[in-house]
Design a protein around this ligand. Structure first.
Ligand SMILES: O=C(O)CCC(=O)C(=O)O
Ligand SMILES: [Fe+2]
Length: 313
């Protein structure tokens, strides 16, 4: 079993209906799919790979002094001193990460990093918006419905962030994972993962399945807010990353999320459709999510409603 790989260029030709159906199936059955021929120039992707690898080489020294490494070293020392097994490191992820947003500081080395990533983010933002319109169409919603929800009907700017991650080789895979299992909080996530080094897995029907590396593909997944807007038709899927003992894995995940001020609720189409999720402000959801990211999502929906009630009383 493998994640669906969809040729996005077919959307513009006579296979449009079939392609829409494949995307609908990816959203409904998997919560994950991969796009090839997505229109982002391969030449740009090559530059993105190059600048992000260079950037990480410059950060390698700092990673050696980072929290996960210090904690793992401490554990290994304890293991040497004590008789019996030590606990696993269940509260950290074996990754080196930074986030690019429109309004934060970006690495200034290598010199091409900023310009390349700016260009990349521009392309990915367009791709995310195109995908949202496809989801509108597949869900029978009016065009622009999801984007409108994310922007509070144009009053706010949706959030668009890019998480540049690197999973260095891990000496003790028995003691630490890569990235712990979670569902994503936001809307549409577009991931440019390593061509060669795998590690990303999704949970499907109770089994962990590899998201197979496909050169220059963009992996798409839907977050909790798309689950809410679709009233549960598109589920946000659990996923995790397993570190490896001998390879460096690059992954660049871009998140197209609602504005923190946007109100999210099921965009039910018929009057008879029962909303299965509450209505809430996305910023409140994020307050809950930061504390409960690695736990099941259902209690998050309950907690966000309780949070509003509390703040009113
Ligand atoms: O690195 C990856 O492949 C996935 C990252 C991820 O799931 C996340 O940042 O939420
Ligand atoms: Fe994720």
């Amino acid at each position: 079993m493998a994640i669906p790989v969809i040729d996005f260029s077919k959307l513009d030709g006579k296979e449009r209906a079939e392609t829409l159906a494949k995307i609908a199936n990816g959203c409904e059955e998997w919560g994950f799919f991969q796009l090839v021929n997505h229109g982002i120039p391969v030449e740009l992707l090559e530059r993105v790979k190059k600048v992000s690898s260079e950037c990480y080489k410059l950060r390698a020294e700092a990673f050696r002094k980072s929290n996960p490494v210090r904690l793992l070293n401490r554990l290994v020392d304890q293991e040497g001193e004590e008789i019996g097994n030590v606990e696993r490191l269940d509260n950290v992820d074996w990754e080196d990460v930074f986030i690019l947003q429109d309004d934060n500081e970006w690495p200034s080395t290598p010199p091409e990093f900023k310009e390349t990533m700016k260009e990349y983010r521009r392309e990915l933002r367009k791709l995310a918006e195109k995908l949202m319109e496809i989801m509108d169409e597949n869900l029978g919603l009016e065009k622009g419905r999801i984007k409108n929800a994310f922007s509070g009907n144009g009053e706010h700017e949706p959030f668009f962030g890019t998480k540049v991650s690197h999973y260095p080789p891990c000496p003790r895979l028995d003691l630490v994972q890569g990235l712990r299992a979670h569902t994503d909080a936001g809307g549409v996530i577009l991931l440019f993962q390593d061509d060669k080094v795998g590690g990303l897995q999704i949970l499907k029907d109770g089994r962990w399945i590899d998201v197979q590396p496909v050169a220059n593909a963009i992996v798409i997944n839907t977050g909790d807010q798309i689950e809410v807007l679709s009233n549960g038709r598109y589920k946000s899927a659990w996923h995790r990353v397993l570190a490896t003992s001998n390879s460096n894995r690059r992954s660049i995940a871009s998140f197209y999320n609602p504005s923190l001020k946007a109100t999210i609720a099921p965009a039910t189409t018929g009057e008879e459709a029962q909303p299965l999720y509450p209505k809430f402000v996305f910023g409140d959801y994020m307050d809950v999510y930061v504390k409960q990211k690695f736990q099941p999502k259902e209690p998050r929906f309950e907690a966000v409603v309780a949070l509003r009630r509390q703040s009113r009383s």
